[in-house]
Structure formats: structure tokens, C-alpha cells
Design a protein around this ligand. Structure first.
Ligand SMILES: [Zn+2]
Length: 184
């Protein structure tokens, strides 16, 4: 799958997306997210879970404030062995952000399947771990995705992001990158 990217303005609203956006979002099961429908809408309309929003807002703030890119690994559900992705958040001029999503080649088999069918499913939005009675398990639910009632961020993913922020590896962006605008 090619790289998907979107450009956000200073208020986190979609102002541009990669040319293949419509086909890619359809492949990922979001057919209503064609660019014509999301233009100038805040990205937060599409981020489920208060804790996930707070987590990503903190990342956005850091990237804008430090003018450094950050790359966060994450997983998508129902993608099998191709579930690993990287989200790169990069500062643009005038407070904008370029957010790109790349497939990440991570070795390893399918996660252990736990027989977990409650309707009150709590998962980590970054690594898809499941929280059962306060413990995070690396597992897939047997139930459907729509039964996940709460997307949170597990301690491991928070710790990993904190380490990235404390020890940034990417150089500060001196010359602002500019996404190549396609037909939009
Ligand atoms: Zn996690």
C-alpha cells in the first residue's frame, strides 16, 4: 500500500491529502472519509477515545514546539500480518503538520487469540492490546471491532512515546518540507 498522508492546518483541520486517499481510505474500511467529505474538518472528529486524543494532541504539540518530526509505530485491526504501520508527524510552515502513514515490516506471527467477547472492550489505539481487569494483553478480540467501547493508550505505548520525545533522533526541520499537492 502506498504512503497515505494528510496536511493539517494550525487548527488541525484537513487541508490536503495524498492523491490516492480515496482509494486507500476505502481499503481501510472508511469509505465516507473521501477528501471532499473531510476537507476543513478537524482530525479530532476521526480519532476515537479521549485518551487517544490527548496522546496525539501531546505529540502534535511537541512536533510544533520542537520543530522536529516524530515517528510513532501503531497497528490497525483486521489487517492480518500487514497490520503494522508508522505514523510520521512533521512540522510545516505556519503551524501546519504533515502526517504520513507507511506500512511497517514487523516480523512475527498473528497475536494470540483470547476468547474475549464483552461489549465493554478497552483497547490500546496504538498497539491494539486489550485491557482486561486492569491488565493489558497482547491479543485479538473474538468480537467485532464495533464492540470496542473505549480506545485508550497503554502504558507501554506511552512510555515508548515519552522515550522518543526525550531522545529525539530526527534532526530539527530547518527547511520546512512541503507536501507535493496533487489534484486537491
Ligand atoms: Zn499500546
Amino acid at each position: 500500500m502506498p504512503t497515505m498522508w494528510y496536511e493539517l492546518d494550525i487548527n488541525d483541520r484537513f487541508v490536503a491529502v495524498s492523491e490516492d486517499w480515496n482509494a486507500s481510505s476505502d481499503m481501510l474500511g472508511a469509505p465516507n472519509n473521501v477528501f471532499e467529505n473531510i476537507r476543513y474538518l478537524p482530525v479530532w472528529d476521526f480519532v476515537a477515545g479521549e485518551e487517544t486524543q490527548r496522546f496525539l494532541r501531546a505529540m502534535f504539540f511537541w512536533v510544533r514546539n520542537k520543530r522536529r518530526p516524530i515517528v510513532l509505530p501503531y497497528q490497525l485491526e483486521n489487517m492480518g500480518d500487514a497490520s503494522h504501520f508508522r505514523m510520521r508527524i512533521e512540522p510545516l510552515h505556519q503551524g501546519g503538520l504533515l502526517v504520513s502513514h507507511d506500512p511497517d515490516d514487523v516480523p512475527g506471527g498473528a497475536p494470540q487469540l483470547l476468547p474475549y467477547t464483552t461489549k465493554d472492550l478497552t483497547r490500546c489505539s496504538q498497539c491494539l492490546k486489550i485491557n482486561i481487569d486492569g491488565v493489558w494483553y497482547n491479543a485479538e478480540p473474538e468480537s467485532e471491532l464495533h464492540e470496542c467501547s473505549d480506545w485508550r493508550v497503554c502504558p507501554d505505548c506511552k512510555e515508548r512515546a515519552l522515550n522518543l520525545v526525550r531522545q529525539p533522533t530526527g534532526a530539527p526541520v530547518a527547511r520546512y518540507a512541503r507536501a507535493t499537492l496533487g489534484k486537491f
